[in-house]
Each structure stands twice: as structure tokens, then as C-alpha cells.
Design a protein around this ligand. Structure first.
Ligand code: WT7
Length: 662
């Protein structure tokens, strides 16, 4: 991994990103897997991909007919008035009927739709028939509370079956759900409710997390004191925690739904009828309500779930994401359910009561596909091989990763220790905005390279460009853009078309700007280099923080690393690395020097960290994203005025500040 010679670099003025990561291990799809996969060879993938981008309307029209059930057929596949897309206009469908009713009609009523495990160890299984009954009752309850098509319903829940039921019930009546992650504060909840003007909030008395109860209803009470749009609250009894119920406004889910009919005809939604809003943080701080609509979103989720995860009727699919994130929308709920699969859902923390929990769930429910995040993989890697070794993981046939670049060390551990060397790994790149997976190896067709998301999905036309929109040569880093509209793309930012245009379609005129840096290698594999915001500018060279992190983590004593820049008079930015060590090793000045040298050897002297700080943990949000803005403040020795309400553990910040080198 030597740094490239200066002559090979793109000059700083074009704003390309210097890329130095090299990975040469390649894992071809196992023959047996390929034989039975939906897409079986690189040639089959290539042919279909080319067709899909050359004639997208033919491709998507066919897929929409084959993968979704339409109440009324669509007339036109795409109406594109850049940057506003309308897919499958004239068509009518209902997302909940596509995820439930059609499977019941097809005779799968008694098939398990959802296997749920609560953190304390309680467990429930709902068949497709059960899901239809409960969803219909909840849909009727929403109607009884005055919800009409187009209204917004906020869902602030633990990860329990009622969360998915509530989402599907909204879809059933044509209301938009807006799931707010249960780990968010009442402040964050109120901001989102006010932005979307939700009339109903669905919550629970509490949820379990690491053995403690999260007081969800209490947070809702505080939040809606300043949310005039909310007229009703529906409360699931989960923990038995004492809560205050305000008469006329608050209703117990059990009692209220008990009075409802278990039949509710699905709303006949236009293809472009809004399905949901999901908030994601923007670079300016104010959360953006990402709008997804019915037909296009559902097709993206359904087709990608089928092809990327090679979903078969016999699969048990476990996506560990919370419903509060887009992954929990597309691959916990809509994608697999639209395919009639069996999903697994787990309420609690991966280390409760110990680090064997994930593996015990895989064993207990015979999970065949596991989809999780690199941060969880690294945490398990750090906890040690003895935990997975206690469990029978032979039911697994495919593994997935999402949310951030997966460093090759974590990839290899996932592959060997969890996948037993036999399971392909799909490293899936996508965003809240894209709605479904955009770049990923297809497990039976595309050779995997640890750390690379490899190839675009069907219908996806990515490119890597400099700041003038000019494609950069193979091997060079640049901005990742998408050149053609795709069905599950966001339609706008709720209430702010201007910001939508500005944020996604103006940075490089006319194409979708992802905000990520990437490069393509000579084999055409795409490597995601992280957010552009996370790119360092060291002595005029743009460096990906992720690559420096990856180099650090490749040292045998390092468990996890986060790298940020701090202002440096000479170099523009200096590199500060926050590092956690493998269990049983302690920090020392000698190790600090060794790590700096290690990075210099792996990437080049340019990437050598100026400062390394050791800590027991890194500051992360509950979704596992490292809070880089906060780390930048710590690195610069500034007091931080960043919002820490989503931080998992506040004490880690104090510890990081304390371990300063200078
Ligand atoms: C950002 C989107 C997509 C669901 C979860 C996150 C990063 C996502 C990967 C991957 C490298 C990845 C990107 C992207 N990201 N997946 N496989 N490899 N980076 O959704 O919160 O909207 O974040 O997550 O930076 O832009 P999100």
C-alpha cells in the first residue's frame, strides 16, 4: 500500500481525492451458490445491467409488472422533468396489500411473516394472516382517529411487531408514516413532528435497551406539549411502565384496536402517492424530511431485496436495523415482505445479556441471511471469537453490510468467523435518499473484494467526477454521482423543493450528487471513500479519513479508529486519530509512535497522524455513526456546541478530551 508517486495524482485544483487504499483479495461466488442464485454469472449481470441503463423504461416497466401487484395498471413508466420524477403514472396500488394480502391470497397465510425476539427473551411469531388482521385493525383505528390519505403519522417505538404493523397500517389507509428512532430525545421528536405536522403519534409505554426501560411515552408527552398538530396518541403496552394517559387524546393500542374490525380494504393509491417521510441529518444541521412515494419506492425495495439478497421463499432474513432508519424501512419491512419472506426482528442491544446474543438469535431462528452494519461487526470482532463459537451458525448462507465502508479486517472476520468461509458478503451502498440499494455485488454473480461495494445495481448509472462534473480516470478518487433517475429515488425534501434542488442536483449540474467520495479501480469495482465532508485536505492533497482509519484498523492491536482533521497552519489540516484497542491491550507512547509509523507505511507519510488519542469507546449515535463533527471539535480543542442528544454515551467525550497528546 505505497502512496502513489506525485505524477500519478490528480492535481489539487481539480478537487479529486487522492486514493491510496489497495486490496487484492478476491472472493468469487461459491459455485453452489451461483448455481441456485437469481443472477448466476458476471455475464448475466452485465447483460441485464446494460439493458437496464440503455432502455430504463423498458426494464423498469417489466420489473414493475412482474414484482408488484397493481390495482390499476400504469400508463407511463417515467415522466422526468429534472430533477422531479414521476414513476408509473396512471397506476394504482397499495403497499400494504403488496406486502401482505397478495401472499395470503396466494395461499401463504400460515407462513411466518415476522419472527420477533424481545430483549428480555420473549418471542412472538406472526403469520401473514396474523399480519393482515393486525394491520387491518390498526388501519381502522387510524381512520377512527380521523386519519385520511396524505396525513402524517409519527411512529416513535421500540423494535416490536407493532412498529411494522403501524407502518403497514399507514400505507393501508394512504397516510404517510414518519418513523422517528426511539433513541432520539423528545426535542428531536418534537422538531420532526412539527416539520411534518403529524396528527397522530404511535408509541409504546417503553422499550427495553440493555436491560433498562426507555421511557418512550414520557418523551412523547414532553414533545407534544409543543406540537399543536397532534390530536391523538396510540400507546402499545410493552414494558408495563407506569404512564400518564390523557383522556380523549391518548388511547391504549390493545383496547382501541380490540374494538376495530379486522377487515380494512386497502386505499387505492396513485403510484406517486406519498408513502413515507424519513428524516436524515443534513450538513447544515436542520433535519431533512426525505419523501418517498408508493410505486417506485416499493419496486426498488422489492427488486433489490430479491436480487441483492438472492431472496428465496425458504429464506429467513434478519436485518438488524431499527425501523427508525431507512434500512429498517426497505430491508426490515417493505423489501422482504413484498417478496413474501420470513423476517426476524430483535428489540434490544447486541450485547445483552452478553456478546453472544446475535449468534444465539441466528441459531434459534435458523437465520439464513444476516444484514448488519460494520460498526456492529467490529464490536463483535472486538468481543472475541468465543461468542460466535458457542453457536451453530450453519443456517447462514449470505451476509450483508451497510451504513459505512467496511474495512477489510472486519470483512474478513465476518466472512471467516460468522460466514464460516462459505457465505458471500454483499457490501451494499445506498442512502436514505436513494430508497434502495444502488451499489453492491450480486452474491451469485460478482466476485467480492473486501472493502469494495463493487458494481451498480440494475438501472443505476453511477459515475465518479471532479468538481466540474468531468469523469475522473480509473484509480482516481472523485465525487460519486448518479446520472439517471431511478424508481426509489427521493422525490423531494418535505416542504422544501428548493433545498432538494440545491442539495442534490446543483453541486454537479443535472446529475444526482450523493455527497460521497469514491473511486473506481481498473476492474470497474467502486470503492466508497466516505462523505465528502469527511475528506481531509492535508498539504493540498485530499485524503479520505476512511482510508486512514482502515490503515489503523489493519494494525493487530487496533479495534476501531475514527480520523478527523484539525486546522493546521502549515498543512491546512492535521490528522487526528481516535483509537480504541483490542481488549487486553493498553495505550502507551511507544504504541502511539508505532501506529503513526504503521499508517505512514500503509498509505504514505502524508497520511501519518499528527495526534493519536486512545479511548475505551468512540462517540457514536445510537445508529452507530461516529459523531465526526463532535470529534472535530475535540481534536481542535474547542468547546463543542454540537447537539449531543443522539449520543449513545456522553462520558466517552470527556475521556477523549482527557487523552490529549499536547
Ligand atoms: C451514507 C448514507 C443506507 C442505509 C444506511 C445509511 C454511507 C452507506 C455504505 C457502504 C460505504 C456507505 C455513505 C452514504 N454508506 N452504505 N456500503 N459503504 N459507505 O443511510 O444515513 O442515509 O447514510 O452512509 O456515506 O452516503 P444514511
Amino acid at each position: 500500500m505505497a502512496i502513489k508517486k506525485k505524477s500519478e495524482k490528480i492535481s489539487a485544483s481539480t478537487d479529486a481525492i487522492t486514493s491510496s487504499l489497495k486490496e487484492t483479495r478476491v472472493f468469487a461466488p461459491p459455485r453452489e451458490f451461483a448455481k441456485n442464485a437469481h443472477i448466476k454469472s458476471p455475464a448475466q449481470y452485465q447483460k441485464l445491467w446494460e439493458q437496464s441503463v440503455k432502455k430504463p423504461e423498458v426494464f423498469w416497466g417489466k420489473q414493475a409488472k412482474e414484482n408488484l401487484e397493481w390495482i390499476k395498471p400504469f400508463k407511463k413508466v417515467l415522466q422526468w422533468k429534472a430533477p422531479f420524477a414521476k414513476w408509473f403514472t396512471g397506476g394504482k396500488l397499495n403497499a400494504s396489500a403488496n406486502c401482505i394480502d397478495r401472499h395470503v391470497t396466494a395461499g401463504l397465510g400460515n407462513k411466518a411473516a415476522l419472527i420477533w425476539e424481545g430483549e428480555p427473551g420473549d418471542s412472538r411469531t406472526l403469520t401473514y394472516q396474523d399480519l393482515l388482521r393486525e394491520t387491518s385493525k390498526c388501519a381502522n383505528a387510524l381512520k377512527a382517529l380521523g386519519v385520511t390519505p396524505g396525513d402524517r403519522v409519527a411512529i416513535y417505538m421500540p423494535l416490536i411487531p407493532e412498529t411494522v404493523i403501524a407502518m403497514l397500517a399507514c400505507a393501508r389507509v394512504g397516510a404517510m408514516h414518519c418513523v422517528v428512532f426511539g433513541g432520539f430525545s423528545s426535542e428531536a421528536l418534537a422538531d420532526r413532528i412539527n416539520d411534518c405536522g403529524a396528527s397522530v403519534v404511535i408509541t409504546a409505554d417503553g422499550g427495553y435497551r440493555k436491560g433498562a426501560v426507555v421511557a418512550l411515552k414520557q418523551n412523547v408527552d414532553v414533545a407534544i406539549e409543543r406540537c399543536p398538530s397532534v390530536s391523538h396518541v396510540l400507546v402499545v403496552r410493552r414494558t408495563g411502565t407506569l404512564v400518564t394517559m390523557q383522556p380523549a387524546r391518548d388511547h391504549w393500542w390493545g383496547e382501541f384496536l380490540g374494538r376495530m374490525s379486522s377487515h380494512c380494504p386497502p386505499y387505492e393509491a396513485d403510484s406517486e402517492h406519498p408513502l413515507f417521510l424519513l428524516y436524515t441529518s443534513g450538513s447544515t444541521g436542520k433535519p431533512k424530511g426525505i419523501l418517498h412515494t408508493t410505486g417506485g419506492y416499493l419496486l426498488g425495495a422489492a427488486l433489490s431485496a430479491k436480487i441483492v439478497f438472492d431472496l428465496k421463499p425458504s429464506d429467513t432474513f434478519w436485518c438488524t436495523a431499527d425501523a427508525g432508519w431507512v434500512t429498517g424501512h426497505s430491508y426490515l419491512a417493505y423489501g422482504p415482505l413484498a417478496n413474501g419472506a420470513t423476517i426476524v426482528m430483535y428489540e434490544g442491544a447486541p450485547n445483552h445479556p452478553d456478546w453472544g446474543r446475535l449468534w444465539s438469535i441466528v441459531e434459534k431462528h435458523r437465520v439464513s441471511i444476516l444484514y448488519t452494519a460494520p460498526t456492529a461487526i467490529r464490536a463483535c470482532l472486538r468481543a472475541g471469537d468465543s461468542w460466535p463459537a458457542k453457536h451453530d451458525l450453519s443456517s447462514l448462507r449470505l451476509l450483508g453490510s451497510v451504513g459505512e465502508p467496511i474495512n477489510p479486517e472486519a470483512w474478513m472476520w465476518y466472512h471467516e468467523v460468522i460466514g464460516g468461509g462459505r457465505c458471500p458478503i454483499v457490501d451494499t451502498w445506498w442512502q436514505t435518499e436513494t430508497g434502495s440499494i444502488m451499489i453492491s455485488p450480486l452474491p451469485g454473480a460478482i466476485p467480492q473484494v473486501p472493502g469494495s461495494a463493487t458494481k451498480p445495481f440494475f438501472g443505476v448509472f453511477p459515475d465518479i467526477v471532479d468538481k466540474n462534473g468531468k469523469p475522473v480516470p480509473a484509480g482516481s478518487g472523485g465525487f460519486l454521482v448518479i446520472r439517471k433517475p431511478w424508481p426509489s429515488m427521493l422525490r423531494t425534501i418535505w416542504g422544501d423543493d428548493e433545498r432538494y434542488k440545491q442539495q442534490y442536483w446543483s453541486q454537479v449540474p443535472g446529475v444526482y450528487f450523493t455527497g460521497d467520495g469514491a473511486r473506481r479501480d481498473k476492474k470497474g469495482n467502486i470503492w466508497i471513500m466516505g462523505r465528502i465532508d469527511d475528506v481531509l485536505n492535508v498539504s493540498g492533497h485530499r485524503l479520505s479519513t476512511m482510508e486512514v482509519e482502515s490503515a489503523l484498523v489493519s494494525h493487530k492491536l487496533v479495534a476501531e479508529a475514527a480520523v478527523v482533521g484539525r486546522p493546521d497552519e502549515l498543512k491546512g489540516e492535521g490528522i487526528v486519530a481516535f483509537v480504541t484497542l483490542q481488549v487486553g491491550f493498553s495505550a502507551s507512547d511507544a504504541l502511539r509512535d508505532e501506529l503513526k509509523k504503521h499508517v505512514a507505511v500503509q498509505i504514505g507519510a502524508l497520511a501519518r497522524p499528527d495526534d493519536i488519542r486512545f479511548a475505551d469507546a468512540l462517540p457514536k449515535t445510537r445508529s452507530g455513526k461516529i459523531m465526526r463533527r463532535l470529534l472535530r471539535d475535540v481534536a481542535a480543542g474547542r468547546n463543542s456546541n454540537q447537539d449531543t442528544s443522539t449520543l449513545e454515551d456522553l462520558s466517552v467525550v470527556a475521556a477523549l478530551r482527557a487523552d490529549s497528546e499536547d
